[in-house]
Design a protein around this ligand. Sequence first.
Ligand SMILES: *[C@@H]1O[C@H](CO)[C@@H](O)[C@H](O)[C@H]1NC(C)=O
Ligand SMILES: *[C@@H]1O[C@H](CO)[C@@H](O)[C@H](O)[C@H]1NC(C)=O
Ligand SMILES: *[C@@H]1O[C@H](CO)[C@@H](O)[C@H](O)[C@H]1NC(C)=O
Length: 657
Amino acid sequence: MATKGNPGDNRTRGSVSMLIVASLCCFFYLLGAWQRSGSGKGDSIALEITKKAEDCSVLPNLEFESHHGETGEFDGTKFEVKEFKPCDADYIDYTPCQDQMRAMTFPRENMNYRERHCPSEKEKLHCLIPAPKGYVTPFRWPKSRDFVPYANAPHKSLTVEKAVQNWVQYEGNVFRFPGGGTQFPQGADAYIEQLASVIPINDGTVRTALDTGCGVASWGAYLFKKNVIAMSFAPRDSHEAQVQFALERGVPAVIGVLGTIKLPYPSRAFDMAHCSRCLIPWGGNDGMYMMEVDRVLRPGGYWILSGPPINWRINYQAWQRPKEELEGEQKTIEDIAKLLCWEKIHEKDEIAIWRKSINIEECNDRESRITMCESTYANDVWYKKMEACVTPYTESKSSGKVAGGDLKPFPERLNTVPPRIAGGYISGVSVESFQEDSKLWQKHVKVYKRINNILDSGRYRNIMDMNAGLGSFAASIESPKLWVMNVMPTIAERDTLGVIYERGLIGIYHDWCEAFSTYPRTYDLIHASNLFTLYKNKCNAEDILIEMDRILRPEGAVILRDHAEILNKVNITVTGMRWKTKMIDHEDGPLVPEKILLAVKQYWVTGENNSTSTRGVKTGGPAKPASAHPSRPGTAGRPVNRVGRSRAGKAEPRAGP
Ligand SMILES: *[C@@H]1O[C@H](CO)[C@@H](O)[C@H](O)[C@H]1NC(C)=O
Ligand SMILES: *[C@@H]1O[C@H](CO)[C@@H](O)[C@H](O)[C@H]1NC(C)=O
Ligand SMILES: *[C@@H]1O[C@H](CO)[C@@H](O)[C@H](O)[C@H]1NC(C)=O
């Protein structure tokens, strides 16, 4: 694109480049102010950003049309900024696809009611989810592992319900997590050491883990010490906000359940899977749940089951369960494991560990004993019914080799060509294009770090990449201070989530036309490359932006990379959502149609301001959801896990006349 010998061109480029430099410094400065304050409390910082932002003119004269021959349909000044109102204070912890009221209209059988059930188009809210009064930026890792500000998740019930089990304690204005779990009274560290005596988690061999029914995710939290990254999930149920606590602690987690549909992860992804008293009926439904774990486990992967029914001989009385029932349960599990060709490699006290065989050789007769899945494409899992069938192994190149290919230990694994690419399983991605992609993202991330110099300071711990591609953004930004949730849109041209896991990163399938399976305010930084281009004509960009606002923390940052025309529209929408934005050119110069939009969500909490206008043009009354919420008939019969919220709402009434 760079043309030599055209003086006119050079002049244009020169002057625009100067503007870029100026704008880079400007944003840099804003974030600097942020860093200095570093107190964890937001208001003053947001104020600072708002004030300074007025002085910054970023690329004011950039005319995209003339550079790129756009249709000219866009004219930045023509669009009206539409103000988005805050939702009612009752919606502080709103999770659109895991709404308690809607859940109750679905069958309880197989936990169906705890699975994703999203609002229909006309039930969608068009308001912004407010933060609770007194909300503060979480503590930095590793302090966040042990302390969560009470104001951020004011639910005390877990401290009472799980008091004996030492999950979480309430101390003044913080929750303290002593690192206990139902199954690890000696603490998570001791428990993990016990596992490490059997499973190679000390040397990078095992890197990715799945924690099913994770509680407050202490297992995942303490695995970070071993440089192991765990994807934890738990349903949104009567134990208030387990997953919210996990994310407040800075530990990857999503709302999820083993129910009737497949898990939103690719096949042969995880190096180990774990269940400690997770209450999943492993022996039920003809072994369907164990078969689903088998699908997502890599060949040679480990399955850890601790708690009932393991060690029933000693514990049946403590568990208040009949001996015979527990014995039967364990026998069923052992039988299914055998059918799956999992080898039991350990049982001591309440911990049992199996290992999935590395290839078909050790279990070539299983097809005669067990139903094999017919699906030709094992990763087609989004809203797909789970079945009691076994996912076949991929071929191994030669005898004795791991099916699908061997992985290097982490962190070497991060930038080694993943076997799925080396083996030609991903059409359209060659070894060369993978390496180019890695290099390109190293370059992009370098620029990101320059325009946001606190990117890897620890200020942003929970990071989401909404359109992760090959995971190269996450690979380039990798650091013990942060983790990235790599999202693979279900409509992506290529499904490369398996590649992401092969690099030792974690991710999940998701359709961005719907809400993500997480609580509000759970990500510190959201990155999205070409997401709005991908979803153009698929669903409303405004809905995607409202969802981003929901999951982003106050004062969280957003980096969007997309076509200039699209980003301009996005900018106008988010200006009505109290985001402060900056537009920045592609590092290769202003002639590249791809631009970068940087945004910071301002700090605001419920009841403080009625209007979301950042310009203070207008203030309206408190916004009710745009349409009545049919599944929410008044406040009567509010289920248990809403109580915290309504209480908070009552204790802190809105400022009224
Ligand atoms: C974003 O949109 C607002 C409202 O139209 C405008 O004032 C602002 O200059 C735009 N910012 C950028 C970076 O384009
Ligand atoms: C909320 O209102 C106060 C005073 O009315 C104002 O100073 C503050 O900037 C507003 N906050 C936001 C985020 O608009
Ligand atoms: C919020 O709205 C109420 C009326 O709905 C109004 O009386 C009050 O002044 C508003 N508060 C602010 C801070 O704008």
